[in-house]
Design a protein around this ligand. Sequence first.
Ligand code: NIG
Ligand code: FE
Length: 429
Amino acid sequence: MKPEVKSPALLLVNIGQLLTLRSTVENPAPRRGHQLRELGIIEDAAVLSIGGKIVSVGRTKDALRDPWIKKNRKKITEIDCRSKVVLPGFVDSHTHPAFIQPRLVDFEKRISGATYEEIAEAGGGIRSSLDAVRKAPKKQLTGKILTALNEMAAQGTTTVEAKSGYGLTREGELKSLEAIRDAARQWPGTVVPTLLGAHVVPSEYKTCYPKYVEIVCKEMIPAAAKRKLAQFVDVFTERGAFSEEDTRNIFEAASQNGLDVRAHVCQLSETPLAELLRFDPASFDHMDHVKDDDIPLLAKHNTVATLVPGANYFLNTMGYPSARKLIDAGVPVALATDYNPGSSPTPSMPFVMSLACTHMKMTPEEAIVASTINGAWALRLQTRKGSIEPGKDADMAVFSISDFREIPYWFASNHCEMSILNGEVRRNG
Ligand code: NIG
Ligand code: FE
């Protein structure tokens, strides 16, 4: 039974490879181990969506014989995919788009040999992005975020987690979250807002650092929750940023205010994860330096390990996160861009997937699962996003290639021809 066509109906036909990412288990959980290789491919496929929701998925010849489709064909927008590849829109589950300027001085300093931490200690890094964000009119910030969302969509991304984190005052963080909300309203895809008031301690609190943690817990979190400006609270848990104890306090405040949590951990040094896992974080991000003892523990939890190799590439770190070790031990893994002005200024999920395959030895199948359904789990959106199945949101990307492995293969080029965001079609290029 298909409903009356009241709202826009879209039929994709002649899809060469449709990567459905359909679930094959009864009690779905983030994908682990061999499940990270299951793409649920249908050849010569068709997808029907109505009003921004997927209604049916199958073979083109069956779709064209379907009596309901035959009867309503004039009301349906039909797209001939001419044997190309269609997959779920990417879920970029870790981005920092609320900034004003690129950090070109940091970029040049790193070219001359300085490290990310040395630059931060010398007054560059995250702190050097604060002034412009604090001074910027909200509209200007909204415009920057919207530009980034559009660039992401042009490369196949349809869902984006967007963090604040360059205001670092109550006003600056709330303004950033409002700008994220305003940009989201002008974009057809889905945006998940995250409060990252605990990005670094701003210099004005250098001598009274606990006071800043108190402001995050007692002012920023309650205000963001009350005004429904954030779904998650994030913390940069790292030497030079926030301790494990601060993170627990901030997570506690988030829970008390009804917000879910996630954290940047193990980017530059090891952080023990057992205590933080008690808060059931949706995701632990970066994960370059995970203690061996924590890996079996992570394998038992649904907290997703979100790897962001764009940051490793741009900071030219010694190595990349040990994706193989994590996957082979049963840890659910996602990939994200970490789009930000300091460590990863890329909006491109296909580039991140290419890095994951080349440098982290993930297979193309694993890179795709990590960029779609596991990204959805990392945002607790697994019932709506990340696969092409009836009932899910109509978020899809059409790539002008004939084999899905070409997505990570053609690095630094864009083969995404069309993005469909909640049923809205955007042709690229
Ligand atoms: O995820 N590590 C903390 N935050 C960002 C970097 C932000 C910046 O340098 O502006 C990251 O890499
Ligand atoms: Fe980040």
